[in-house]
Design a protein around this ligand. Structure first.
Ligand SMILES: [Zn+2]
Length: 121
């Protein structure tokens, strides 16, 4: 790949992946049936407080976790996919036109799959 230092981006991706995975394990756990899938920790639901307000709080925190988890999971899979493209030798190429993605775009988002022109394809 001319122009970009794939190694540098791979390091960026791996370090972000480690961060995301750490955050994922704090709000969720890997699905036992599908390793690529994460589910929110049901812990909060296991507690059965006598106070109805506490029940509401624990449901709320479960829903919050689910929302956070969804975002993290999307990012996790994007980063994983980017590593896959590095392996295949297609990293840094726009998936719309196959042209090299601008290095500044990759600096901002090393998991980018399109060039600036095709951001909103
Ligand atoms: Zn493009």
């Amino acid at each position: 790949m001319a122009g970009i230092n794939v190694k540098l981006f791979e390091e960026k991706i791996r370090s972000e992946l480690a961060t995301v995975e750490k955050e994922l394990t704090s709000v969720g756990r890997k699905s036992p049936s599908n390793a690529a899938d994460w589910e929110a920790k049901p812990d909060a639901m296991d507690i059965v407080p006598a106070d109805p307000n506490e029940v509401a709080d624990s449901i709320e925190s479960y829903e919050e976790n689910t929302a956070i988890l969804k975002q993290l999971e999307i990012r996790f899979n994007e980063l994983k996919a980017a590593l896959g493209r590095i392996k295949e030798g297609t990293y840094g190429l726009c998936e719309v036109d196959g042209k090299p993605i601008e290095p500044r775009r990759l600096m901002a988002n090393p998991a980018a799959t399109t060039c600036l022109k095709h951001v909103n394809k």
